[in-house]
Design a protein. Structure first.
Length: 348
């Protein structure tokens, strides 16, 4: 499910800044926390400097101006208290502490009130962005995709007298994936008639599932299969030359809406040539127990050998006599695949 494509020499890096929110969400957790920590620190230092400049301009830092004479109280003058713009600011550290609410603004200066309003707005904006990014990072759709599983291997065997490419997909949670769709693509290196080489040519392949179409009802594990016919890119592949197609990769994409959150999720996997088993079939894993259907996920990736012609789908279609030489009863031993999931999942 991981993309093995590296993007290099991107010149227009400014495009990422045009969508800052998505860029922050896509960052790793250490980078995200570092950015938000520095954002708060820089805003506190900036406004601490602004408060220090306001106090300096008003003379709050000059202790000689703490006592002044009020010219309206007679010739002798009576001592009057000095009214600072911000209380208890004597230095830059005290101005920095004001950003945390340790001091208060007086009504002496409208500019100080305006700066306080701007500081509160900036703090609220940073908090909103931080909460939004943390929420999005903790509720990203790929977290739900962790419980959407695919079989470790794909198989090629006969179904309804035709060679089919098959895989198994399942959902471990009881909450459903709404409007689930699945599609497959073959990615391989191709060359055009004019000699143009396409290193990653994507070819959609038609597939079939038990309910028809691309939509699936994933209430229990399903076997999704693709009929290898004349329109299939696997039409000329046989078990003898399957492993020689090193550039062959079949990508499977499952999309749907998470029932509990309403967020669209996507799960992906791919099968290389050495991950495709010829002449194998998945073993049944759904059984009825006490009036309920029980799914045994310990057998999710197990396969069994079945009689399968060792020829291409083209040869099988052109020579129908190949089917007459096939044994009638499938025989073989179960091939156990390493699967980490062993608990049983019971469906009501």
């Amino acid at each position: 499910g991981a993309c093995n494509v590296a993007h290099k020499n991107i010149r227009e890096q400014g495009r990422f800044l045009q969508d800052v929110f998505t860029t922050l969400v896509d960052l790793k957790w250490p980078h995200t926390l570092l950015i938000f920590t520095m954002s708060f620190l820089c805003s506190w230092l900036l406004f601490g400097m602004v408060w220090w400049l306001i106090a300096f301009a008003h003379g709050d830092l000059d202790h000689s101006t703490r006592l002044q004479r009020d010219p309206g109280e007679g010739a002798a003058g009576a001592p009057a208290s000095f009214v600072p713009r911000v209380t208890s600011i004597h230095s830059f550290p005290s101005a920095l502490l004001f950003c945390f609410g340790g001091r208060m603004v007086t009504e002496e200066c409208p500019a100080a009130i305006l700066v306080l309003i701007v500081q509160n707005i900036v703090g609220l904006v940073i908090n909103a962005i931080m909460l939004g990014c943390i929420f999005m990072k903790t509720s990203q759709a790929h977290r739900r995709a962790e419980t959407l599983i695919f079989s470790k291997h794909a198989v090629i065997a006969l179904r309804e007298g035709k060679l089919c490419f098959m895989l198994r997909v399942g959902d471990l949670r009881k909450s459903m994936i709404i409007s689930a769709t699945i599609r497959m693509q073959v990615v391989k290196k191709t060359a055009s008639l004019e000699g143009e080489v396409v290193p990653l040519n994507q070819i959609d392949i038609q597939m079939e599932n038990p309910v028809g179409g691309n939509s699936i009802f994933l209430v229990s594990p399903l076997i999704i299969y693709h009929v290898i016919d004349k329109n299939s890119p696997l039409y000329d592949i046989s078990p003898l030359n399957l492993h020689h197609h090193e550039d062959l990769e079949i990508i499977v994409i499952l999309e749907g809406v998470v029932e509990t959150t309403g967020i669209t999720t996507q799960a992906r996997t791919s099968y290389l040539a050495d991950e495709i088993l010829w002449g194998q079939r998945f073993v049944p894993i759904v059984a009825e127990e006490d009036g309920r259907y029980s799914v045994d996920y310990s057998k999710f990736g197990n396969t069994v050998k079945v009689p399968t012609p060792s020829c291409t789908a083209r040869q099988l279609e052109e020579d129908k006599s190949i089917m007459d030489t096939m044994p009638l009863s499938p025989k073989g031993t179960i091939r156990k695949r390493s699967v980490k999931l062993k608990p049983k999942f019971t469906i009501s």
